[in-house]
Design a protein around this ligand. Structure first.
Ligand code: 13P
Ligand code: SF4
Length: 350
């Protein structure tokens, strides 16, 4: 558990973190990437943290990998690389730094550690979990194997290292359908996201996709009626859904894709109005780059992603606490599943 008062006391002894309009003004190049969604007053509060973190990164030879769901001050202020789960996993294999700070959720940090065991991987808040990763254990995978003998197990990267180790191959939302289609078996077990699996089953009708009953607490909240109502009240809005949404929600949307797929779609199409049926920070992070697009609500927040704050990142980097460890034997097996996914994705040109 976090002892926030103690952490704050530690940080304030070492850093001048008082809001500073002068410092904020001197960092306007960074602010320009988020000025549509972050007020100047908030930027004056964030700027001292952003400067301290960026200075420390250089000192520690660290890189920050920021998922697309991070808040703009993290995504644009301190991340060296932003992206979806697949892009961040690949980046973890490529960066040469000694330290990776994972601004995302725990399974992403574990994936980085699995792929780069020699690097120090820091998780600013160990309690940044994921409802999907929590929904299944390695025993669950064995149960599915008993139910469907001989069927390969394709597990979403939103899983623990133990689950990855018990699976045959991983997938993310940007390659799930292609990974399933490429399996040499008619029946494919997909875990743990029932909705991603059902969306894949629709896209790969020649396969018999069976699934675990997990779900994402952010995306399962949408209903098809929400989308129909929204369309009626806001004609002309492009509705864009993440494939962790139930299939009847995806069916009502104009496009569905991974978080990076969504960014690419909006960047290419530049609709006048767009509703992103996903986590709230997605729209915030691309708002400045796409001034011609009016991003309209509502959105849902991921309480796990939102545990990551500038303050926690600074504390983790300063004290080098929050180091992610994976049992080497588990990591070796999990690496096979993740690496198979990366290799197959490259082969398929994803
Ligand atoms: P992406 O792989 O699309 O970034 O999704 C990760 C995630 O956790 C979405 O909820
Ligand atoms: Fe997990 Fe959903 Fe949060 Fe993504 S948005 S980290 S799938 S709970």
């Amino acid at each position: 558990m976090f002892d926030l008062p103690a952490q704050r006391a530690h940080l304030s002894e070492k850093y001048d973190l008082a809001p500073s309009p002068e410092l904020a003004a001197s960092m306007s190049d960074i602010y320009d990437r988020m000025s549509r969604v972050v007020s100047p007053v908030d930027w004056a509060i964030y700027a001292p943290y952003v400067k301290a973190i960026n200075d420390l990164k250089a000192e520690r030879n660290a890189v920050i990998l920021g998922h697309n769901y991070m808040t703009p001050e993290i995504y644009h202020g301190i991340s060296d690389f932003g992206g979806d789960s697949l892009q961040l996993a690949i980046k973890a294999t490529e960066v040469e730094a000694d330290v990776i700070v994972q601004c995302g959720v725990h399974f992403m940090a574990e994936t980085s550690k699995i792929l780069s065991p020699q690097k120090t991987v820091l998780m600013p808040d160990m309690e940044a979990g994921c409802s999907l990763a929590e929904s299944i254990t390695a025993e669950g995978i064995e149960e599915m194997r008993r139910r469907y003998p001989g069927a390969p197990v394709v597990s979403y990267v939103n899983t623990t290292a133990e689950v990855k180790a018990a699976s045959d191959i991983c997938c993310t939302s940007s390659n799930a359908a292609q990974i399933v289609a490429a399996q040499d078996s008619h029946t494919i077990i997909m875990t743990p996201d029932q909705y991603l699996a059902q969306n894949v089953a629709r896209d790969v009708p020649h396969k018999n996709v069976v699934w675990w009953e997990g779900s994402c607490i952010v995306h399962e909240q949408y209903s098809p009626q929400d989308l129909r109502d929204f369309r009626e009240w806001n004609p002309g809005t492009r509705l864009i859904a993440h494939p962790e949404c139930p299939p009847d929600v995806v069916a009502e949307a104009d496009f569905s894709g991974s978080t990076s797929g969504i960014i690419k779609y909006v960047t290419d199409e530049k609709p006048e109005k767009a509703l992103l049926i996903t986590e709230c920070s997605m729209a915030s992070n691309i708002a400045d780059e796409l001034p011609e697009v009016d991003f309209v609500g509502p959105c849902n927040m991921c309480p796990y992603m939102k545990k990551i704050t500038l303050e926690k990142v600074l504390y983790a980097l300063d004290t080098m606490t929050g180091q992610v460890e994976v049992d080497p034997e588990v990591a070796d097996k999990a690496r096979l599943s993740v690496q198979r996914m990366i290799d197959l994705s490259r082969q398929l040109g994803i």
